[in-house]
Write a protein of this length. Structure first.
Length: 279
């Protein structure tokens, strides 16, 4: 009998002493600030940010351009150190890049000389995890995103949306505890972006990874997230945290629901009141 994707993960996933506590904080950020030196003095990108994300929760972060959203994500990814405060993953301070964190950027950043399958397996090769075991996982994940038949194609043979699905698959290959996404669909056309939102929701419902999703689009944030964190203009602060109670799975038609439109309008009004516009 063929393996299901969950069965394949169970074969390679490390055993846990006890079931994962889905009520615990997967991510905790406390009094986090980030400043950069410049010729005109110190630039304060983030100031005293505090929030938490539960295990398996999908949290979107919205804010005006230059408010520090990408800086926050880079700190969570271990790519930048905070100036003050700390960010923790499952109680352990994030001091640098970690194997249990997956990152998806706006550009897929696929290596053109590697096939789709080889690009998905890149973190496995870099971390020397043993390619034979993970090859089966990679094929299962490519099947999950509808790309198994393209496993031996090269990035130039794929559309932009297909390339981004490969990037998401690559971020999931080593079963990370947290998935960070920095405007992953920002460069796609509107129709492809909508389809990718549906695809990401489906993958998330299957995997239930803890996700922090950066976006300029308020409708995208409301469509995808369990909660939306609203950031102020620079220096970025958390102005609000809004729970999205719209049932899942969400179809594109959900964007026409009165409660969806009301939530989008309420979030947008916060930026207009501060003189900032969302993209």
């Amino acid at each position: 009998m063929a393996h299901t994707s969950n069965q394949v993960w169970q074969e390679i996933a490390p055993a846990e002493d006890e079931p994962r506590d889905v009520t615990m904080d997967a991510i905790s950020v406390r009094e986090l600030s980030k400043s950069y030196p410049s010729r005109n003095g110190c630039v304060h990108a983030l100031q005293q940010i505090t929030f938490s994300v539960k295990e398996g929760e999908f949290v979107a972060v919205v804010g005006p351009s230059g408010c520090g959203k990408s800086t926050l994500l880079k700190i969570l990814a271990g790519l930048l150190p905070p100036s003050k405060g700390e960010a923790c993953l499952r109680g352990i301070p994030i001091k640098g890049p970690r194997r249990d964190i997956g990152v998806v950027f706006q550009s897929p950043v696929l290596l053109p000389w590697r096939s789709v399958l080889e690009n998905v397996l890149l973190p496995v090769d870099v971390q020397r995890l043993g390619g034979d075991r993970y090859r089966k996982v990679a094929l299962e994940l490519l099947s999950l995103v509808g790309l198994q038949e393209f496993a031996h194609c090269y990035p130039r043979e794929l559309s932009g949306g297909m390339q981004q699905r490969v990037a998401i698959t690559r971020a999931l290959i080593h079963d990370p505890a947290m998935l960070l996404m920095d405007e992953p669909f920002g460069a796609l056309d509107a129709m492809t972006c909508e389809q990718m939102n549906l695809e990401l929701q489906r993958i998330w419902l299957e995997r239930k990874k803890t996700v922090v999703f950066i976006t300029h689009s308020i409708p995208e944030a409301v469509f995808l997230a369990d909660r939306v964190l609203v950031m102020s203009a620079r220096p970025g602060r958390i102005m609000d945290a809004v729970t999205v109670d719209i049932p899942r799975p969400r179809l594109l038609e959900a964007m026409n629901l009165p409660e969806f439109c009301a939530m989008v309008s309420s979030l947008r009004a916060q930026f207009h009141a501060k003189g900032a516009l969302d993209a």
